[in-house]
Design a protein around this ligand. Sequence first.
Ligand code: MEV
Length: 327
Amino acid sequence: MKITASAPGKVILFGEHAVVYGKPAIAVAVNRYVHIKMGERSDNRIHVQTPQLGVSGYLELEDETIKCENNHKTGILSYILRSLIIIQNETGLKFEKGLEIVLELEIPIGAGLGSSAAVTVATLAAAFKYFKQEFNRDKIARLAHQVELEVQGEASPIDTTLSTFGGAIYLSPETGEIIKLNLDWDIPLVIGHTRRESNTGELIKTVRSKKEKYPSLINPIFESMEQITLEAREALTRKDENELGELMNFNHGLLDALGVNTPVLSKMVYLARESGAKGSKITGAGGGGSIIAYCPGKKDEVLKQLKKEEKAFPIKISGDGCQVDEI
Ligand code: MEV
């Protein structure tokens, strides 16, 4: 039996970090995916390979450990391990035979583009199929969020929701709203990727300790971020290009104030604006990772300039969400 599953990455347009504290965020799934192939082995071990990253190792579900073969950080393998454990607990079924899992990534890892959520969602979808369970996106999204919480310590449900369902969403953890946004226009977005990995869990912790130390300063930042997201939702429906750009720029300034900016991110953000982007900001956790630039009519120019400094690529919203198949 061979199973394939895929799940898209995401970009947060507005509200990262604030969303961890219940504030709303707007994010879109993007046309860059994680693909998983899952097949049985003749022994009873679970082996994962990620050819592009050069990371491979054996997962021990019993004692919940990872034996990396090449002295790498366990990183992405931890999400696969937790997903397989959670699936066993959820279904009451056990992996009786060994598995060979091959991971292919169209998304750089640690780039703020939701690679860990996409890996988790794709693993869960493949494992449900392996156990011949029905394909239930709500269940996958719920368990994937649980996996992120277990591995990272803290996480909002935004990445896992988008990787599961695709499309564009407005999500407000405080009010429990997850609203699908019907964006019927091609939003011209470019990613600038700094090639420096960031650790979402660590960045969330840094922001939390700032919030605890300076609540009277940090809480209003989150309130402003909330207002930005609310206004951005309106601006998106009105297709108000200028306002969307301005709101992104405000949001970036506030992320900088939270301390998740870096000199390279900053350079790319301003370079994008100088090259004609209406707005640009960090996307995701920051501390490395990526920026997003909103560039109506200027996509090629922004891409060209960003590529001179770091990596850059255009993205489109993906309506697909996770997919699974048996071959
Ligand atoms: C990570 O993509 C975005 C953060 O808001 C964390 C989260 O929402 O889980 C920083």
